[in-house]
Design a protein around this ligand. Sequence first.
Ligand code: HEM
Length: 485
Amino acid sequence: CLWVRNLKLKRRLPGPFAWPVVGNALQLGQMPHIAFTRLAEKYGSVYQIRLGCSDVVVLNGDRAIRQALIQHSTEFAGRPNFVSFQFVSDGKSMTFTNYSKQWRMHRKIAQTTIRAFSSANSQTKKAFEQQIVAEATELVETLLELSAERQYFNPAHELTVAAANVICALCFGKRYGHDDVEFRTLLQRVDQFGQTVGAGSLVDVMPWLQSFPNPVRSVFKNFKCLNEEFFAFIKNKVEEHRESFDPAVTRDMSDAILGVISRADGDAELSESYTEATVSDLIGAGLDTVSTALHWIVLLLAKHPEIQTRLQQLVDRVVGRDRLPSLEDRAHLAYVDAFIYETMRFTSFVPVTIPHSTTSDVTVSGLHIPKDTVVFINQWSVNHDPLMWKEPQIFDPSRFLDENGSLDKDLTNNVMIFSAGKRRCIGDQIAKVEIFLFFSILLHQCSFEKCPNQDFSLNCSYGLTLKPLDYKITARLRGELLNSQ
Ligand code: HEM
């Protein structure tokens, strides 16, 4: 009968016993995505934990996550009302705003702008490609200089600057060299952003941690300062654009956003101040993620010299030694793309998405989740799901090649790093182009070797992105140094 059905639907979600005050916070450890996956083995792919004062539903595994994000896309499209989210982009961020009509409009503007500057026509596509190639060749020179100076070094900062320059060039029509002090200082602290907004960060679920000195409070204090400084940097650049704005000429993404938002202003849905927030969303999302992908690629190349040699032989055969690789070569470089997909799958360097929340009551895998519940989506568990992947713990790019050596699109579609559904990443296409070009140019121009006395055990720190820790490499030039001309 209906009553029994309702009771069944509304049964409490499974999950571990929650301690008073902290709930399950102490069980998450250094790597919450691994703890979430272990809990799923015991409680099933959909379960509930308690973090401080918040009940959180954790979704794991390919089936439950796709069912939630695709079949119930609107119900899972919300963002929680976390304190930290209100400090991003002066509280006007699209990424950290709950689902609403205004959010939909904001996202559409950001999406159209990205498309216009990356793939809408062959001219903008080519200009975008040239920017990346120029940045990649400068990166090669910097890495070779550092190798000559210090021999073994950690390339993290140089990779961050390179990725940041590409997105800044798109947004402001201007890059900031590796030695620009203001820019370098700003980038040195981007890690602190991910530590606070990553799923499992405690400040949002235990607001009382802000009332006495402790490590969480100081991370949060840094987070507030970082957001203010970052937003001030963006505001200043957008203001310069506003002053010289000419509706007849769109110089870059900032101009495009200024144009669309000023035209939409009559609607009073998105006031002009949302321009800065949109630019800040794109730059923030586009630098930390792409640079982290590049960190892992360099690290895994150095860790697997036999795979590096196979990749280089392929690139040399397809491209030759007289020019740099380009996007047109991509169709013939399936193993390069296979390496990128395997890096995304194996490291799952965005292990859990930005926290979601439910916009209405919903049922997943027969379990009832009420409106306004915080939801964590464990992407790592999709990429390591034993039902989907053979030996998921092994790094093997050739798992993505079919018997003809082509990229197996059904398998690449199973990798989850850009999330899915209504909150899916809107920069996935430009990210893939950037990563492919940086990677193929680095491979063509350099060989990477690990520091001999390091174990390269792939240690990393947890946040919105997983960052490799404690490793050093050296880069050697392969043949003649080519530039982007
Ligand atoms: C959101 C991954 C690059 C723009 C996201 C999310 C993930 C992600 C996991 C959260 C989705 C969710 O909460 O369910 C990545 C990865 C990247 C990358 C792995 C690189 C390898 C970029 C780039 C841009 C971008 C280059 C823009 C230039 C955004 C925006 C959102 C987002 C604006 C927020 C979407 C929303 O809340 O509606 N991304 N991203 N991302 N990404 Fe990316």
